[in-house]
Design a protein around this ligand. Structure first.
Ligand code: NAI
Length: 542
């Protein structure tokens, strides 16, 4: 180690705290900085768990774990990876929503990179000044649409920080090459502008050409300074998210998780349902409640899957319907936004969702509206009237935004619904049977896809990668799990599942010859899993 003494204890990647051995303490000048007792990792984990048990709220636990991550990354990841089902809801959804709302109030120390309008013309210089020299993943947000909570400005930094932690905790992407980024272009949220503790730019949002030029400067600076980096765009307002994806997807290694990750996990729900109903994707008619980024991503990937099953582009799009604040998305709507046109239908204008169900007879309804309760008992009953097993996917999160609960879906469909939600619901007892509701969370997808990108040094991110990720996720489900209503494996199995997905996606990358120049494809396809395993992060001290 080039560092010495206190420098080592203050470096979250090098710090082992009380687990430094006597030899290490002598060698690195740590004598006297630590109590004489020496812990092993198990004892350290026990102490962390004891601290956590003293805290009352998830937000307090979130803050405690953030401090642990700042102090000792190995211990932080070891805790998360030993029990992901328990800790992921604390470090990420749903707690991260509350953490972002209160970000400026619970703020303690910086993590990640804050780039603002003030840094126009200086971004490359700022990146060159960072201690990280080989950044492989950036998650960037401008805070304009955080979860379903709207414009949270610079408070949105909780999202890139949390998402990157999940790359490691759920798929083994090494944390050393990660960088959370907040692009601060102001906020239109009056509560933040009037909050004395708010830490972002106190001005209304930059929009238009100047905004896109600033994003361009950021993207270019990343290409120049971190040529192997993949940029994940996250929680940008829908019109920006869609246009930024279109602008960059064929030029650099990037993806938008709200659009493509959500789409992939939703498609996985359809593939799992197929194992139950025998219905191909092309046999479905889908009605989306919401026509924003998530809805477009889902519709686009479902259409891609339908085309793979033999439909034409036009036929596939005719299977996907959208409904938003103005009602059914139809061609004769006044001022129809450009990005909605591909899914607009020749159909009568209507604002009655139940009437749409009766006329269109969708096999699946997907909630991506950010509005709680839109899947009313009548909506669910109407779906059960026209389907033997309706797919009911209320994907909005956090909990304050879900379109319906699992209890409501099973009860009002009389146990017929195949259900997946954006949040995790407890098991539901209905009519003598226990149902285990699935959580359609994109954490099933993007970390595993990320691990494949990291391992292969992929130069682009394609739809095929998300399609194969979805298929592989659905294949991981056991028959027993399927029969108990689950459409995704339990979160406790996520590391195992992610490994399979990463290997399958890496194969797609090799097939398309999108791997980095220095990466050699393994000689046999069944060696790809080993290729991934050799590059996984393990939360052990070295
Ligand atoms: P968005 O803001 O781009 O889109 C929301 C859409 O819902 C808009 O088209 C809007 O017109 C529509 N809408 C709003 N109120 C409505 C109403 N009363 N009736 C009908 N439509 C209405 O947001 P985005 O990015 O598409 O996300 C939507 C939701 O999905 C959010 O809650 C987000 O957290 C959630 N989501 C969940 C994911 C998961 O893994 N489960 C991943 C990504 C997003």
């Amino acid at each position: 180690m080039a560092k010495h003494g206190l420098q080592i204890l203050q470096d979250s990647f090098l710090n082992k705290g009380t687990a430094f051995t006597e030899e290490e303490r002598a060698k690195y000048g740590l004598e006297g900085f630590l109590p004489v007792g020496i812990d092993n990792e198990e004892a350290q984990i026990l102490r962390v768990k004891e601290h956590l048990s003293l805290l009352d709220s998830d937000l307090q636990k979130y803050t405690y774990l953030a401090a642990l991550q700042d102090r000792n990354e190995t211990l932080f990841y070891r805790l998360l990876m030993t029990d992901p089902a328990l800790y992921l809801p604390i470090v990420y959804d749903p707690t991260v929503g509350e953490a972002c709302l209160k970000f400026a109030h619970i703020y303690r120390r910086p993590r990640g990179l804050y780039l603002s309008l003030k840094h126009k013309g200086m971004m490359k210089e700022i990146l060159l000044n960072r201690p990280e020299k080989d950044v492989r993943f950036i998650v960037v947000t401008d805070g304009s649409r955080i979860l379903g909570l709207g414009d949270l400005g610079s408070n949105g930094m909780g999202i890139p920080v949390g998402k990157l932690a999940l790359y490691t905790a759920t798929a083994g992407v090494p944390p050393q090459g990660q960088l959370p980024v907040l692009l601060d272009v102001g906020t239109d949220n009056p509560n933040l502008l009037n909050d004395p503790l708010y830490l972002g730019l106190r001005k209304t949002r930059l929009e238009g050409e100047e905004y896109y030029a600033l994003v361009d400067e950021f993207v270019q600076a990343v290409q120049d300074v971190y040529p192997k980096c993949c940029i994940q765009f996250e929680d940008f307002a829908n019109y920006k998210a869609i246009s930024l994806l279109e602008k960059y997807r064929d030029k650099i290694c990037m993806f938008n998780d709200d659009i493509q990750g959500t789409a992939s996990v939703t498609l996985a729900g359809f593939y799992s349902a197929k194992r139950y109903t025998n219905m191909n994707i092309k046999d479905h008619t889908i009605l989306l409640m919401g026509a924003g980024s998530a809805a477009h991503g889902i519709a686009d990937l479902l259409c891609y899957a339908m085309r793979e099953e033999g439909l034409s582009d036009e036929e596939a799009r005719s299977h996907c319907w959208m409904f938003d604040t103005k009602g059914l998305v139809v061609k004769n709507r006044e001022r129809l936004e450009e990005f909605k046109k591909p899914y607009a239908k020749d159909f009568a204008n209507t604002t009655d969702f139940i009437d749409c169900i009766r006329k269109i007879k969708p096999t699946a309804i997907i909630g991506v509206s950010t509005v709680k309760g839109l899947f009313t008992p009548e909506v669910i009953k109407a779906m059960a009237d026209v389907n033997a097993n309706p797919l009911i996917f209320p994907l909005s999160n956090p909990t304050s935004q879900e379109e319906c609960t699992a209890q409501e879906a099973y009860e009002y469909s009389q146990g017929k619904a195949l259900f997946a939600a954006g949040v995790q619901f407890d098991p539901v007892d209905y009519n003598g049977k226990t149902f285990y509701p699935a959580q359609a969370n994109n954490l099933w997808i993007y970390p595993a896809v990320g691990m494949a990108i990291y391992a292969t040094e992929a130069t682009r991110v394609t739809d095929k990668m998300f399609l194969v990720a979805a298929q592989t996720l659905a294949e991981q489900l056991t028959k027993e799990q399927l029969q108990s209503g689950m459409l995704f494996p339990p979160t406790s199995d996520i590391l195992k599942t992610s490994l399979q997905i990463s290997a399958a996606v890496a194969r797609v990358i090799f097939d398309a010859e999108l791997q980095g120049a220095e990466i050699k494809r393994p000689d046999y396809d069944d060696h790809i899993i080993k290729f991934i395993e050799q590059r996984l992060y393990h939360p052990f001290y070295v």
